[in-house]
Write a protein that binds this ligand. Structure first.
Ligand code: AMP
Length: 388
């Protein structure tokens, strides 16, 4: 299947070529033609499935024949739960729209940074990407109007509800026109999401990408048994052993992330922390340095790491395990993306061993636990398969 088979015009095809996407992902094959027909969509797909391009490409195509608005009344609104996702969606949009025959202006707005620069940039925006709180703020100041939205996208709708945005969403939905196209994307379809779907979508085309379509198979998982004292030295040994271009390390707390960065730096390994206690500016800078390859090691907590999209990340290390198996899958899903092979290494203390078994059971895939001393040795004979 090619991108040209799913209804995209020449203009979009050349942008896709520049992005080096060779063929559409399953979600794109199903969603793009339906969005072009201006149908409502229910996309049950997590980050990593290619959902952003699945909605941005047809939206750009639908906008192209129209004139850009001169006022502050954008025709497309993408609501997202986090600043990181807002920035990411804006980057994807900008990448695709840069080479179109007419420039389609997009803008990401989110809280945690000063509001004035965002207010200035709102004129003529066609695709507005926003977190709910900041959007309400800007609407309240008459800096932007959402009464002429023709297409509404709710990206990571489940996360928006989990983060307690229901009230803000209701407030915004009231201001939107009744007649519009709505595209709702969610990784899960729990009760609260089901209510939202019922309220918002008319006759939606359901597009589902099963999690197993892109979890563990492209990811080589390894686990090493370490004592709590040897975790740090072993981590350094790991980092220094391979020629991995980039390494993403996960911790379960902000404190561990900060401590780890201090220790790594002391030992001559340049690393940056990425978590919810950092200012928005620091987070954006850390991420862009990491993405551009200036920083080789990023130490992140789960909350902050959601939605990070770094193409072809070669190695993820679980310095500490996450509480939920879902988070584990999400973490290791940062590698082995977009068809490239990745590696995920977990450091397991005796105390974490039981929890690691629970995670593996949920994932339906067993990882051999190897003593740290066996690292780098050819033979894995020392390994021990978990017994149930
Ligand atoms: P998303 O789920 O939107 O966060 O996308 C996950 C990753 O897949 C991003 O790095 C995209 O650039 C990449 N991607 C999306 N669609 C394609 C495609 N058709 N071919 C190759 N890479 C893609």
């Amino acid at each position: 299947m090619n991108f040209s088979d799913i209804g995209l015009s020449k203009d979009l095809l050349s942008s896709i070529e520049r992005a080096k996407y060779e063929s559409p992902y399953p979600i794109q094959i199903e969603a793009i033609p339906a969005i072009l027909q201006q149908k409502d969509i229910l996309g049950l797909a997590p980050t990593g499935s290619g959902k952003t391009a699945a909605y941005i490409l047809p939206i750009l195509q639908l906008l192209l024949p129209h004139e850009a608005p001169r006022d502050r009344q954008p025709p497309v609104l993408v609501l997202v739960p986090t600043r990181e996702l807002a920035i990411q969606v804006a980057e994807v949009t900008e990448n695709f729209s840069r080479f179109l025959p007419r420039r389609i202006k997009s803008l990401a707005i989110f809280g945690g940074v000063s509001i004035n620069p965002q207010m200035i940039k709102l004129g003529g925006v066609e695709i507005l990407i926003a977190t709910p709180g900041r959007l309400i703020d800007l609407v309240g100041r008459n800096a932007v109007g959402i009464g002429r939205i023709q297409t509404l996208v709710l990206d990571e709708a489940d996360k928006m509800l989990q983060m307690g945005f229901r009230e803000e969403m209701d407030h915004l939905l009231e201001l939107l026109p009744k007649k519009k196209q709505t595209l709702l994307f969610s990784a899960t379809e729990d009760k609260e999401v089901a209510v939202l779907i019922q309220e918002l979508l008319k006759d939606p085309v359901r597009v589902q990408v099963a999690a197993e379509d892109f979890t563990p198979d492209l990811i080589q998982q390894e686990a090493y048994r370490v004592s709590p004292e040897s975790k740090g030295p072993f981590l350094r040994q790991l980092i220094q052993s391979g020629d991995w271009k980039q390494i993403l390390i996960f911790t379960s707390s902000i404190r561990t992330a900060d401590n780890l960065v201090v220790k790594l730096t002391k030992n001559g390994i340049e690393a940056t922390a990425f978590h919810g206690d950092k200012s928005q500016g620091a987070r954006t800078e850390a991420l862009s340095k990491f993405k551009s390859g200036k920083t080789r090691v990023l130490v992140a907590t789960d909350l902050a790491a959601r939605g990070i999209d770094i193409q072809a990340l070669p190695l993820v290390i679980n310095y500490e395990l996450p509480r939920s198996p879902k988070d584990y899958i999400h973490r290791i899903g940062r590698t082995g993306r977009a068809g490239s092979m990745g590696q995920a290494i977990s450091l397991i203390t005796p105390e974490e061993q039981h929890h690691f078994k629970v995670i593996q059971k949920k994932m339906g895939k067993w990882v051999i636990l190897v003593p740290a001393e066996a690292f780098g040795k050819e033979s894995m004979e020392l390994g021990e398969a978990p017994s149930e």
